[in-house]
Design a protein around this ligand. Structure first.
Ligand SMILES: Nc1ncnc2c1ncn2[C@@H]1O[C@H](COP(=O)(O)OP(=O)(O)OP(=O)(O)O)[C@@H](O)[C@H]1O
Ligand SMILES: [Mg+2]
Length: 371
């Protein structure tokens, strides 16, 4: 068997829930992110200001770490206090996770990085108090990416987590998303967050990152046509240090149903590239499959896995409008934004391109490469 190729049936999805705590390091896509390689957009002066603010925060964390080790009496007279938690909000692709990862990468303290979904899985599996104890014992700061307010149950779990963490000496930094359609009411999520979190809000510095999707700032939109098939591109693709996998969309969706979503991480451990054949839209009755697929995309995004796909639909038709506008619109919008960065559509015809231009979606979704 070709050692570069992995078969979906051969993936060992048996990782344990403990691996979420054990493998809490900054994921591959963000491992090199620092404040130095965060380039503030000159059109949005607040970005430079945020960078300065977070640099100061890192210094406060380092000072706090030093004093944490001192005897109680010395600590009492010291002016160094536990830094406030941080909440970073902004639209898709504005660099929230980059900055969150930079907080972890720049520091001389121990940080744990978890997505909000991973945190929810952990809390659902263990008792909240055990999760808090485990994290606060081992780490000085917990970085939670994508704090979600869509689902009130999950949001409540997150809020209870913060309440318990505030009783410890471990700080929390979190990101959350304002969806593009709420651009005009940019502060909406912050308001919802403040409302949901009630009194705990005082333990947070809430920071809004103004600006545009960096995926648009950086990437040229390329539309090339070719007759290459997904199979031939798969054949010539050379993985760097992981493997490549080609799978039919239906088979993939079926597999995602069989495996608990926290285990999708295995895909990002194993793969450099995922090739999806025969992509087709999710209907409005396929909410659960949609959520599983979106979660898989989030996982692949963290793992910096390249995605190639062909099929009857464009990325923008992948989800039924009721899904895109429904209860989980943030999750789905984020999935589309990430797909636009990571997914190469193969052999799309001009009809989709025209529809895409007509809807003027370029402003929201940046890179689509048509091979
Ligand atoms: N100002 C910036 N300077 C350099 N790189 C940036 C900047 N902003 C974003 N990036 C890069 O752009 C990509 C998207 O950024 P990131 O994932 O941090 O955005 P996000 O706001 O977390 O998006 P999402 O809403 O999908 O979670 C990343 O590769 C990140 O390193
Ligand atoms: Mg992010």
């Amino acid at each position: 068997m070709n050692s570069e190729i992995l078969n979906i049936e051969d993936i060992d999805f048996s990782i344990s829930i403990d691996s979420l705590i054990e493998s809490n390091i900054i994921p591959p896509k963000f491992r090199m992110c620092t404040f130095d390689n965060y380039y503030p957009d000159k059109n949005y002066p607040s970005q430079e200001e945020i960078k300065r603010k977070l640099n100061t925060f890192v210094k406060q964390m380092e000072d706090f770490k030093k004093i944490k080790r001192k005897p109680k009496l010395l600590r009492k007279i010291s002016k160094v206090k536990k830094p406030k938690n941080i909440y970073l909000d902004g639209i898709f692709g504005v660099g929230k996770t980059h900055l969150l990862a930079a907080i972890g990468n720049e520091c001389k303290y121990n940080s744990a990085f978890l997505s909000f979904s991973e945190l929810v899985y952990l809390i659902a599996f263990y008792r909240l108090k055990d999760v808090v104890m485990e994290l606060s014992d081992k780490f000085d700061i917990v970085l939670i990416d994508e704090f979600e307010l869509d689902d009130p149950g999950d949001a409540m779990m997150g809020i209870n987590f913060i309440r318990e963490m505030n009783k410890t000496e471990c700080v929390v930094a979190a990101t959350s998303n304002t969806i593009p359609s709420q651009l005009g009411e940019r502060k909406l999520d912050i308001l919802v967050f403040k409302e949901r979190i009630g009194k705990l809000v005082n333990s947070f510095d809430t920071i809004i990152i103004d600006g545009k999707d960096y995926r648009i700032r950086q990437k040229k939109i390329e539309f090339n046509s070719t007759n290459k098939s997904i199979e031939s591109i798969f054949k010539s693709y050379k993985p760097k240090n992981r493997k490549k996998l080609i799978v039919d969309f239906e088979k993939l969706v079926e597999k995602l149903r069989e495996v608990h979503p926290f285990r999708y991480t295995q895909l990002s451990y194993d793969l450099d590239a995922l090739f999806i054949k025969n992509l087709r839209p999710f209907s409005k009755d396929e909410l659960m499959d949609t959520l599983r697929f979106s979660h898989m995309i989030d996982t692949l995004y963290y793992g910096d896995v390249e995605i190639f796909a062909n099929g009857e639909c464009s990325i923008f038709d992948l989800f039924h409008p009721d899904l895109k506008d429904g209860k989980f619109k943030t999750k789905i919008g984020r999935c589309l934004s990430r797909l636009s960065e990571k997914c190469t559509l193969i052999k799309q015809n001009q009809v989709y391109l025209e529809a895409f231009q007509q809807q003027n979606l370029q402003n929201t979704y940046s890179r689509l490469t048509y091979l």
